[in-house]
Design a protein around this ligand. Structure first.
Ligand SMILES: [Zn+2]
Length: 600
């Protein structure tokens, strides 16, 4: 057993999640964590909503609410979306907790002490008519990189590049249209070039990464620049230095605070577990966490934060690098074992876009379809290593032809035949098993090694393909053995044997599919006469802020119960009832209905 951290990218709290958001890393990180727990590892799966920064402030201004009110609203919505999909977070929290503020400030101070955060004089905007600082979000102009005419002072939403207000061509104040003046102002920068050698040595020792992610990350090292970690903004974590702490107009930049969420959420989880030091088992390079493995899940637009910037923060805080620092009070911290990045999902050939309504939100999806139907599509056809298109026709086909006609049919016909003819799990005929029986059982047993290895290496598409191959073999076996033809009393022992074998393989295949399809796996477990928790589920819990802030909803759960990653022999004589269908066959008319909704 080992300690496995599953660190899942933090959704930005400015709206509900659409299925593109959860396809790349939400569901895959849950599949990985569920499998790892079933295989006996001690998993800590953490994330939360990312709630600071200019976009939330701008949207709140537009709605006439405070940024905190906006973040409260979408934190709750996102918690519900992820809960609906059954994502088994040990803790899904948020970045506006006091615990998070304290951890972010501790990292800032440690990096500052070790010489990796340095002040730099830059040009900041002021309003010529009032003489006051003009926050970045109130400055708009043309992006110097892509030419987009509505780029903001801190970022271009068209090309995604980080900007400074002075970079903008023809900058204008959004408040009154005047041209801002630029005066000298001080900000803090992360000295990334100083950590380039540490990062290069670390990246050179990484194994098993997707080659494009590793190549991309190494290329970034050739052109590292100091990166601003404070902004002219009121909404964010205060800068924890004398003379800065109480300034209302300067805050830590959102990217710096959000990426520290993995650590602060782990610490919050430990504090809530009753053992405040327990997070060290996943994080401390010295001592009990030294063999822990840390897997980070994100979309490809986020690789730089996880393969360069976050490792730089961890290394600098831990006292590594050329400046001979000391670790801060949290001690030396583990760098990522692997950065697992996914590609993009498009919808009917177009980019997801809430504003252009090319979108289906998770909540709307779950109102009309089952969570496992979406989870199946994502695992079998998601954007694991290529950009992938979601189409309703393909969703319908995968659901009806594979999930319902393949797996659902195997479950249904084997259990109903056994229930009708035996009322229980039938015994194996003393005459023994045939070669075909043995071969099918062996195929199912072999699946545990194959499917497990593939999930462990983040090849979930192949993994679910292997599990469904076991299902297909079992369906073929039933068709060939045709137990329904064995109607004579004398043939009944052989019929029982066939059904026993089929049900054993249903049980094994169900375990193989549990990480992917946890909701239906619980149902199949019960149809086979099983009791208790087979696939544990997260709960939404309203918690108090540990340090006196307002209460908020989190996702958490007890995942110590549940199936192990192994074949469990079925208990002969365990009563069986006629099954209810586990999956819903969808009417082909849903394709036109959904396309009409998309067209608006
Ligand atoms: Zn641009």
């Amino acid at each position: 057993m080992s300690h496995v951290l599953a660190a899942v990218a933090w959704p930005y709290a400015n709206g509900p999640r659409h299925i593109g958001h959860v396809s790349g890393f939400g569901v895959p990180s849950d599949v990985f964590s569920r499998y790892m727990r079933m295989a006996g590892h001690d998993v800590l799966m953490v994330s939360g909503t990312d709630e600071h920064g200019t976009p939330i402030q701008v949207q709140a201004d537009a709605e006439g609410v405070t940024p905190r009110e906006l973040a409260d609203r979408y934190n709750r919505v996102i918690v519900e979306d992820l809960h609906g999909l059954g994502l088994s977070y040990d803790l899904f929290t948020r970045t506006t907790t006091r615990n998070h503020y304290a951890v972010v400030q501790e990292l800032f101070e440690g990096l500052y002490r070790n010489g990796y955060i340095v002040p730099k004089t830059t040009m900041g905007a002021i309003s010529p008519s009032t003489g006051r600082t003009l926050p970045d979000r109130y400055i708009e102009g043309t992006c110097p990189i892509c030419g987009y005419t509505s780029a903001r002072g801190d970022q271009c939403d068209n090309c995604g590049n980080q900007l400074d207000p002075i970079d903008l061509i023809d900058p204008k104040s959004k408040i009154n249209g005047e041209t801002p003046e630029f005066v000298e102002t001080e900000h803090f920068f992360l000295d990334l070039p100083a950590l380039a050698d540490v990062l290069r040595q670390w990246l050179d020792t990484r194994e098993g990464w997707r080659p494009n992610v590793l190549r991309f990350s190494k290329n970034l090292l050739d052109d590292l620049q100091p990166r601003a970690i404070t902004r002219d903004l009121e909404w964010g974590v205060p800068i924890p230095l004398e003379g800065w702490r109480d300034r209302p107009d300067k805050r830590i930049y959102v990217w710096f605070d959000a990426v520290i969420g993995y650590l602060s959420a782990s610490i919050e989880w430990a504090r809530r577990s009753g053992d405040p030091e327990a997070w060290r088992r996943w994080w401390s390079t010295d001592g009990e966490g030294k063999d822990a493995r840390a897997y980070y899940f994100m979309g490809k637009d986020n690789i730089v934060f996880h393969s360069v910037i976050w490792p730089a923060l961890l290394a600098g805080y831990s006292g590594e690098g050329p400046r001979d620092g000391e670790p801060g009070e949290l001690g030396r911290l583990n760098l990522p074992t692997e950065v697992v990045s996914s590609e993009y999902l498009t919808m009917e050939g177009r980019k997801f876009s809430s504003s252009r309504r090319v979108v289906i939100y998770v909540r709307d999806f779950l109102e009309r379809y089952d969570a496992d139907a979406l989870r199946y599509f994502i695992a079998a056809a998601g954007p694991e290593s290529n950009d992938t298109d979601f189409t309703w026709a393909e969703f319908l086909r995968r659901n009806n032809d594979e999930l319902v006609a393949g797996w659902g049919n195997l479950v249904n016909r084997s259990i109903s035949m056994a229930a009708k003819n035996f009322g229980a799990i039938p015994p194996v005929d003393p005459a023994g098993l045939t070669e075909a029986d043995e071969a099918l059982l062996a195929t199912a047993r072999a699946g545990f090694a194959t499917v497990g290895d593939l999930i462990g290496r983040h090849r979930q598409k192949q993994a679910i393909g292997e599990a469904m191959r076991v299902v297909a073999e079992a369906n073929r076996y039933l068709s060939e053995q045709a137990p329904w033809k064995l109607k004579d009393e004398a043939d009944k022992p052989r019929m029982g044997t066939i059904l026993h074998v089929a049900l054993q393989v249903v049980s094994d295949a169900n375990t193989l599919l549990t990480p992917f399809l946890p909701h239906s796996a619980q149902k199949v477990h019960e149809l086979l006469g099983g009791t208790g928790v087979h696939a544990p589920m997260p709960s939404i819990v309203e918690v108090e802020d540990l340090d006196g802030g307002p209460s908020y909803p989190v996702l958490m759960g007890d995942y110590t119960q549940g199936a192990r990653w192994e074949s469990v022999p079925l208990e002969v004589g365990r009563p069986l009832a006629a099954p209810k269908p586990v999956f819903r066959k969808l009417d082909p008319s849903i394709v036109d209905e959904e396309l009409a909704r998309l067209a608006g």
